[in-house]
Design a protein around this ligand. Sequence first.
Ligand SMILES: Cc1ncc(COP(=O)(O)O)c(C=O)c1O
Length: 407
Amino acid sequence: MVRVNENYTLLQGSYLFSEVAKRVKAYQQNNPEKKIIRLGIGDVTQPLVPSVVKAFQEGVEEMAKKETFHGYGPEQGYEFLREAIAQVDFQRRGISITADEIFISTGAKEDTANFQELFDTKISLAIPDPVYPVYVDSNVMAGRAGKFSHGRYTNFFYLDATIENNFKPEIPKKRFDVVYLCFPNNPTGQVLTREELKAWVEYAHKHGSILLFDAAYEAFVEDPSIPKSIFEIDGAREVAVEFRSLSKTAGFTGTRCAYTIVPKEVKVYTKKGHALSLHSLWFRRQSTKFNGVSYPVQKAAAAVFTAEGQKEIKEVIGYYKENARLIYETIASLGLPCTGGKHSPYIWFKTPMDSWRFFDYLLDKVQIVGTPGIGFGRNGDGYFRLSAFGERQNVLEAIDRLKTLSW
Ligand SMILES: Cc1ncc(COP(=O)(O)O)c(C=O)c1O
C-alpha cells in the first residue's frame, strides 16, 4: 500500500475548466443543433504573427542541419532571448533589469506554481480572492493550507477584492511573508495605478515581505499611469519577483514560452538568519528540475521583441481589446455592475443569481459559455467572467444574443 501525499486530498473539486467543459459537452449532446459561443476559457484564437512564424521556421531549419543543430540550451534560456527581453521590456523603458535576472520557461503557470518551493513550508501567505487559482492550489499541494472551511483554507490570508473596494485589495495591517499580486488581474481585469502599486512595495519594505507579481496580462496596458511591471516602482528590486508570459502577449498558449524576473537583491533567510539570494536559489531549482524551452520556440520568442514583432503583436492585442470593449459595453448596458475590459481581456460582472446557476442559464438561453466567478475564489460567487479572446464574428454574435436577455 503506497501512501498518498495527503496535501493533494485537500484540493477542492475538479478544476474549474474541466467542470465547464463537462457541462458544455452535456448541453451540446442534448442540443446538437445549437451553436455555442465560447467566451469562457482564457485561450487565444488568433495565430502567431508572421515574424514569429518565420523565426520559428528558421529555428526548425537550423535543427535539421548538423552545423546549426542545438541540443540542451543554457539553463536560464538563450542569451539572445534574455537580452532582447531585458532591452525591450525593461531597459528601453528606463527599468534596470539585466538579462541574467531573466529565466526563460515554458509557462507562467509552471513558474507561479513552482516558485513557492523556495520558501519554508511555514511561511505566512496573502493571496487575492478572486484570483488565478494556481497560487492557492500550488501552496495547498506544498502543505501550507491548513483546513478547508467555508470556501477557504484556514492558513491563508485572503486579500478581498470586492465591489466595495473596486476590486483592489486593501493592504493588510499585519505582516505576511509572501504576497501574491496579479495585475491586470485575472479574473477581474482590474489594474493598479503607480501610486497604488508603490504602496505595496512600501508594505514589503516595511515588513521584509516578498511580492510575487504576476504580470501575464501586462500587454493589455497602454495607459502610462498604470505600471506594466512592478520594477517600474523604486525599491521593487529588493522585494519583488515578476512573472511574465508570451501566452496572451503573443499567442503562445500552445507554443509555450514565458519568463520570470528575479532581481539579484531579493533575499531569503535561514533559521539562523543567514541571507541567501533568491536568484541563486531559483537558478539552482530550475537547473535541477527543468531542462529548458526548445531552441525553435526561443527563436520564435525572440522575434516578438523585434520592431516588426512588436508592431504585429500590438495589432493582435488591439483586436482583443476591441472585443473587450464591445463585451464590456454590452454587459454594462444590461445594467450589470462590471469591471475590467479596458486594460485587460477579461470582463467581470455581478450576476443576478449564483455563479453556476448563471452559467447554466446563459448556456441554456443564449448558448454562451462564460466562466463562473466562484472558480476564482469565494468572493467570485455571484460574479462571472467573460473573455475577449474570441473571434470578432463570434463576439458580435454573442453581443446580439446577450442583448436579448432581460433581468
Ligand atoms: C494570471 C495568469 N498567470 C499565468 C497564466 C498562465 O500563463 P502561461 O500560459 O504562460 O502558463 C495565466 C493563464 O491564463 C493567467 O491568467
